[in-house]
Design a protein. Structure first.
Length: 248
């Protein structure tokens, strides 16, 4: 060691390193401000990309659509519950039952209920839904019941057209609309006529609404027939009423 003192950086070199000093100061500032400076800078730079009036209007419309959808669903639930309440108060309606399954191969033919023989359900019992008659119990187990709908090909039901006072036989076709076969040649039945169960019926409750005549074929032999639109929503019902034998 020759005893010489270490060289001190000159002012010129310190000035040349100013970018590094500036970076160091920036890092210290970020550290002390806990990132507030970076957040402010980001907000300033991204301001041109903030949602404008068009985006705000779109969000407002989306919210209104969601609110309207919820309101519509609530109104539909209210109508359904009112229908079930009215059905529960109908004469002879004794036992409420939930629809627990449908036959995947016969949507328009049968469904299964969550009540059975232990609850007093028996084959032949009438099954009602909001709007009118749905079908009759075909078979039971201790806890379930299978219902043959009025649309099932196995269904036969005597019905009545009150306006013309004509009897007929409602026959299922395996389609959404069963066929009404009349006994008389001159029926006078026309589209819009209401079809009910026979007022003299002992097998099912009398005077229960079944549906409305949709069309009439006067050319059929030996007597006209008609297509009936059922009044009960066969494809949407989830609760029914079973009229047990003890109620009739």
């Amino acid at each position: 060691m020759n005893g010489r003192l270490p060289r001190v950086p000159t002012l010129h070199k310190l000035i040349q390193a100013w970018p590094w000093w500036l970076l160091l100061l920036a890092l210290v500032g970020v550290r002390l401000s806990k990132g507030a400076f970076v957040a402010d800078a980001y907000a300033l730079l991204s301001r041109p990309f903030w949602p404008g009036s068009a985006q705000s209007e779109w969000l407002r419309s989306a919210k209104q659509l969601a609110d309207q959808s919820r309101l519509t669903q609530l109104e539909q639930d209210n109508v359904r519950l009112r229908g079930l309440l009215a059905l529960d108060r109908a004469p002879g309606a004794k036992l409420s039952a939930a629809v627990i399954s449908r036959d995947s191969g016969g949507w328009w033919q049968q469904l299964e209920l969550g009540k059975g023989s232990l609850d007093g359900v028996a084959p032949g019992d009438a099954v009602l839904a909001p709007g009118g008659m749905l079908g009759r119990v075909a078979s039971v187990t201790p806890t379930t019941a299978r219902v043959a709908l009025l649309t099932s090909p196995s269904s036969r039901l005597g019905v009545w057209v009150a306006r013309t006072q004509r009897h007929g036989l409602l026959t299922g076709l395996g389609t959404p609309r069963p066929k009404l076969q009349f006994l008389d040649k001159d029926t006078g039945v026309r589209p819009g006529d209401v079809v009910t169960t026979s007022p003299a019926s002992t097998l099912v409750p009398p005077n229960i609404t079944v549906g409305v005549v949709q069309s009439v074929d006067e050319q059929q032999v030996p007597a006209p027939d008609a297509v009936v639109q059922l009044s009960a929503p066969v494809d949407a019902v989830d609760w029914v009423q079973v009229v047990t034998r003890s109620a009739r």
